[in-house]
Design a protein around this ligand. Structure first.
Ligand code: AMP
Length: 190
């Protein structure tokens, strides 16, 4: 029953790898970014609350993200594990996740950090802007998202310390997937 946290800067490939692993093990991939985009599109209250943050590349306030994700983690489909993709992204979020897991007598198994140098990230994000037309893939918003990552998310690597498994995110997608699978086999998770 894998419970995996995927970390890495925007454009590192968390979504792609997270989705592949989720399909492989038939567990949900839980990604706040996707939940927020869907809420914005549907025009829900949540969508209205997060739109300005998300459009400008700022992180949504911790309390709101924590509420949404801890709710989601209580849905029945999480019984067999989960892949958290894009949560936690700040130290307070990580503390809230730990509290939630302790209260539910659960633990995470592995924190994977996808490492990609900044020039490659910028290229990928610009490419994605052309292909997917995400509103937050414009040059200024990309810069803001990377800044948020460096300021608020990278300190999490220290928070998780030895629990973090670094994975080189620069090779082709299939190679990264294989490397992650090997890592998981080594950790005897599945
Ligand atoms: P993503 O698709 O993961 O790049 O997320 C898109 C946007 O959703 C981010 O730029 C943030 O505005 C918001 N978001 C996603 N995950 C989080 C999080 N864990 N904490 C705060 N904001 C988030």
């Amino acid at each position: 029953m894998p419970r995996i946290i995927m970390m890495g800067p925007p454009g590192a490939g968390k979504g792609t790898q997270g989705e592949l692993l989720a399909q492989l093990w038939s567990v949900p991939r839980i990604a706040p970014g996707d939940i927020f985009r869907a809420a914005i599109k549907a025009g829900t209250d949540l969508g209205k609350q997060v739109k300005a943050f998300s459009d400008s590349g700022k992180l949504v306030p911790d309390e709101l993200v924590v509420e949404v994700i801890t709710d989601r983690l209580q849905a029945p489909d999480t019984d067999r594990g989960w892949i958290l993709d894009g949560f936690p992204r700040t130290v307070p979020q990580a503390e809230a996740l730990n509290q939630f897991l302790t209260a539910h007598l659960q633990q995470y198994d592995l924190v994977i950090n996808l490492e990609v140098p900044e020039e490659v990230l910028l290229q990928r994000l610009q490419q994605r802007a052309l292909e997917q037309g995400r509103v937050d893939d414009t040059a200024e918003v990309i810069r803001q998202r990377l800044q948020e990552y460096y300021d608020k998310t990278r300190p999490l690597l220290e928070f998780y310390g030895d629990g973090v498994a670094p994975v080189d995110g620069t090779p082709p997608m299939e190679v990264v997937t294989r490397n992650i699978q090997n890592l998981i086999k080594e950790s005897a998770l599945v």
